[in-house]
Design a protein. Structure first.
Length: 367
């Protein structure tokens, strides 16, 4: 464990932390085993993280196992995720982690979790490059943006005749990567581009560029908070261009924030809605958790259940649980989780959705 301790200490220093690392920190867990969830639980993107956290909590409640759910709030921000990862890695009672939810947070966390041998299954981080940072501890319960980007482009082309697209990214790891793949697929249909950083509240200059380009579609690859502001200002400007976006926008909060401006939006996600997977289980979820399941609740529920299956088979430490996850499959609610040698899952679709009458409506797999 000396190597792990030194690497974690170095990581802490890199992020400006002072972390006391005692040898006993890496002793076998002598208390209750924990499954951690890491994602945004506060801040602008908390709705996404809370949807996923509840999936983990629901799985643990139904399992009957004496497992603690450890909440790790990284706010979806790499600057927050990096400093908190060492303390997560040091807790040997955390034997599996569902998350991180966001790609940027994953990039800074994964090297630390890899050093500590902590197995992770992300339910929603879709950047294709994450395996290179996590190695064999990394697993993903959804398709990457290598699939979602082209699917978003195909959805636009199938729904809008003679589509001419203005493409906007959100200047973060997830949105820049997704935008590149959308751009590659659309080719000459892209008539303009812009990049707007997280937290942007005034899109006037971007909207001026959209109007100048005469695009009849606006594709935004960031998250729902900024998307809501963008589409409201777009509609206020008089633009009738179709609005389309990826899974970062697929949340009820987008409609709550954008209101009528969200109507007709085209959205994508490599996700299966909980009620579409099982209306009976969705009703039980609402009763037990006191709220509706949301985007990626299904995938986080499946990820947690894979860890719980490993524990139920008598695996009580990170190494044995990692071995179980890498060698076995699990029939989940959204799909069968069987990971290849890069931690990726196969045999699933990217789904299309439309905002209709103030609700996100599943339209089905994008072909």
């Amino acid at each position: 464990m000396k190597k792990v301790i030194s690497i974690l200490s170095a990581a802490a220093v890199a992020f400006g932390l002072t972390v006391a690392v005692a040898p006993s920190a890496f002793a076998a867990c002598d208390g209750k085993l924990k499954i951690a969830f890491q994602g945004p639980l506060t801040g602008d993107y908390a709705a996404i993280g809370l949807n996923e956290l509840r999936g983990v909590q629901f799985a643990v409640k139904k399992s009957g196992l004496d497992i603690e759910v450890k909440e790790v709030d990284d706010q979806g921000n790499p600057a927050v995720a990096g400093p908190i990862a060492p303390s997560v890695a040091q807790d040997e009672c955390i034997v599996g982690l569902v998350g991180p939810a966001f790609s940027g947070a994953s990039k800074v966390s994964l090297p630390i979790y890899k050093s500590a041998g902590l197995p992770i299954i992300t339910p929603s981080a879709t950047n294709p490059d994450l395996f290179s940072m996590g190695g064999d501890i990394f697993h993903r319960a959804v398709l990457t943006d290598d699939f979602q980007g082209p699917a978003l482009a195909r959805l636009v082309m199938s729904k809008v005749k003679n589509a001419s697209v203005f493409l906007i990214d959100g200047a973060d790891d997830y949105s820049v990567g997704l935008a590149k793949l959308v751009n590659y697929t659309l080719g000459s249909r892209v008539v303009g581009k812009d990049s707007t950083p997280p937290g942007t509240t005034d899109f006037a200059s971007t909207i001026a560029k959209i109007k100048k380009s005469k695009a009849n579609v606006v594709v935004y690859t960031g998250y729902f908070a900024e998307a809501a502001t963008l589409v409201k200002q777009l509609r206020d400007s008089g633009s009738k261009a179709t609005f389309a976006a990826g899974d970062g926008v697929l949340d009820a909060q987008f409609i709550k924030l954008a209101r009528k401006a969200a109507e007709g939006a085209l959205l994508t996600a490599p996700a299966v809605p909980f009620d579409a997977a099982s209306s009976k289980l969705a009703a039980e979820f609402k009763k037990v958790m006191g709220t509706e399941p949301g985007v990626y609740t299904t995938e986080s529920y499946d990820a947690a259940n894979f860890f719980l299956a490993a524990i139920a088979k008598g695996n009580k430490d990170r190494a044995s649980i990692l071995n179980y996850i890498n060698k076995n499959s699990f029939k989940g609610l959204s799909k069968t989780l069987k990971f290849d040698n890069k931690g990726e899952v196969a045999g699933v679709d990217v789904n299309g959705f439309t905002v209709k009458n103030g609700k996100i409506v599943l339209s089905g797999p994008i072909r």
